[in-house]
Design a protein around this ligand. Structure first.
Ligand code: MN
Length: 252
């Protein structure tokens, strides 16, 4: 069997410490190729550059910075830079959690989903903003040692969130709900014209529902959430009668 080929990307940029950590650990599992954005591209989700050209800068052997988004990086890596589809696509380690609905905004998760759509086994990694990379590296290594033994259908990724401090263990989790406070702030510029700032001061609060990613990660567990690309809702799909009652006949 040929050497395992591993593509790494992230959304914090090619020089982020989390990516260096991931590269250090991943190097123990095969040939690692890094293709990462040349700047911070956090919260850009699965954006694809269709109207801009992409430039790639070779930073060293198997190490590239790209002017595009995390998804551009993964696509470019697989279609233009790597000799074949990688076995693994690993994204992160993001500075800050990706819990609950964060996954819809996250470029870290976007890159992992792209890897999975391109046919690789993929995972997104994120760390509590107050967490320490040194402490979680052995846990990251343990995850990568074990994850191929866990059955996983295609079109799924693992969303991994590391807690701050020394983790207590791994926990299989669902997806929590998140609330942002003061999400859009209106301010005035020096000419007294308004501008707006997304994010607010308080940051998110998580519902921390039982068995969720947020509950686990905030309780010191390494949260492992399997995410699926197919978001169609089986509970509603099963309500065929209610659907027919509401929509049968189309326009009169
Ligand atoms: Mn980020």
């Amino acid at each position: 069997m040929s050497e395992r080929l591993i593509l790494l990307s992230n959304d914090d940029g090619a020089w982020s410490p989390g990516l260096a950590s991931l590269a250090r650990v991943a190097a123990g599992f095969g040939r690692v190729v890094i293709v990462a954005p040349d700047r911070n591209r956090s919260a850009i989700s699965s954006a694809l550059s269709l109207h801009d050209i992409l430039r790639v800068q070779e930073l060293g052997p198997d190490r590239y910075a790209c002017t595009g988004t995390p998804v551009d990086c993964v696509l470019l890596g697989i279609r233009a830079l790597l000799p074949r589809t990688p076995d693994w696509v690993l994204s992160g380690v993001n500075h800050g959690f990706n819990l609950g609905e964060d996954v819809f905004y996250s470029g870290t998760v976007g890159a992992a989903f792209e890897g999975c759509m391109q046919g690789a086994r993929a995972a997104a990694f994120s760390l509590d903003p107050d967490g320490e990379m040194d402490l979680i590296e052995p846990w990251l290594r343990r995850f990568l040692e074990r994850w191929e033994t866990m059955p996983m259908p295609s079109h799924r990724i693992w969303n991994v969130n590391f807690p701050k401090g020394e983790p207590r263990g791994f926990q299989l989790t669902g997806q929590d709900n998140r609330t942002y406070h003061d999400m859009v702030e209106r301010r005035l510029d020096p000419r007294r014209d308004p501008y707006y700032w997304i994010g607010g001061d308080m940051g998110p609060t998580y519902a921390r529902s039982a068995g969720s990613d947020a509950e686990a990660a905030l309780a010191g567990q390494v949260s492992l959430t399997p995410l699926r690309l197919d978001m169609a809702c089986p509970e509603v799909m099963a309500q065929r009668e209610a659907f027919d009652a509401a929509f049968r006949g189309g326009l009169p």
